[in-house]
Design a binder for this molecule. Sequence first.
Ligand code: DLL
Length: 435
Amino acid sequence: MILHNIETESRGYIEELQLGRLKQTVNSVFNKVPFYRKKFLESNITPEDINSLDDIQKLPFTVKADLREHYPFGLFAVEKKEIVRLHASSGTSGKPTVVGYTRKDIQMWSTLIARAITIGGGLPGQTLHNAYGYGLFTGGLGLHYGSEQLGMATVPISGGNTDRQIMLIQDFEPEVICGTPSYILNLAEKMEEQGIDPASTSIKYGIFGAEPWSEEMKHTLERKLGIKACDIYGLSEVLGPGVAMECHEAQNGLHIAEDHFYAEVIDPIKMKPLPSGEEGELVFTSLTKEAFPVIRYRTGDIASLSKEKCGCGRTTIRMSHVKGRIDDMLNINGVNVFPSEIERCIFRIQELAPHYQIHVTQKGSLKALELQCEWSDGFYRNMVQPELVKKKIQQMLKHHCFISIALEIHPPKTLPRSEGKAVRIVNRLKENAVT
Ligand code: DLL
């Protein structure tokens, strides 16, 4: 179901719409947010300099530290009395980053989520089980408002309390489930433990995101639950979920909501835009937000863009699945590895369960990785030559990731399970005071 015309408009129409909205946004932040005005003037830019979409490259970037420095409301473009919602994301240290929404922003976000749900296969009249966390995190309430707007019976279950979730899935018979992929995997395994086949429920579509997940994780979820799983992307600084959504028809990348966001991919070192197809850091400029507009916000997420028309008929630019965050890229003695690459390997090894944590440690004076994982139930029941199997796994990891990774394989169901965003990397260097 295609909910909104923009999704199949010509590129010319979309780009003209974007240019008009970009001009308005630049004008608005220049006049209403002293931070942007100062930065634009330092770069010798005024709103009159924006006459084409390429002119966006004249504008300075915005980064997470800018939000922290202006905590809590310093980058808002409206008075506080116009704000109807605040969300925040907790940082690893210090103050959170705070974002605000006017009533119109919430309406726009709900419309975008309603659109995203239909892109992912949901329809009005159906039931949506929303296992994203409710609270300051944008996942729960973001999906909730869009699902209601679409006309779905929305179950605001949030994350955790898994036994109760299983009961309600059986009783309420939702067609759509939303949550982080790691939590939904946890939920499916709990069902299996209770003797319930996760593929036997009413669920047909999954809308999963908020953390990087590999194709292998997707296949595992689709197989276990007997559903189509689609990727939803977003970040609180730019909006929350709904910035881009993968279609259930082609499942070949995520359609960016181009009527509300202008996307770029840049080389994060040279800070220059990269052509379509090349992998780099995603950068977004909001085109319609009132309370918290962002100009060239550097997301820290690695992906590429594609302008090719999608098999589903939509014409909007697609982004690839996010490979990982730049901060999560593990540089082990000159070799770069993303946790998602290690995940792909683990999911292919039948002797291992699909759960893991990567510990960054030290071996002599060098950085090293230690992979904490679990034997699969099937293999553990009749373990044959585990040391030999461990060696084989180590070789596979080396072949795939080009570095040696130490392995700790635990009995099944011993690693912590996710109830929201999974913690994949544990940095033990800090304890040892090595950088
Ligand atoms: O995670 C918003 C969201 C909620 C997206 C529900 C999708 C579903 P934040 O908490 O601000 O917002 O975290 C944003 O999460 O910069 C990415 O690193 C990561 N992320 C979000 N979606 C995906 C995805 C929400 N589909 C940060 N794939 C982003 C990979 C994702 N990473």
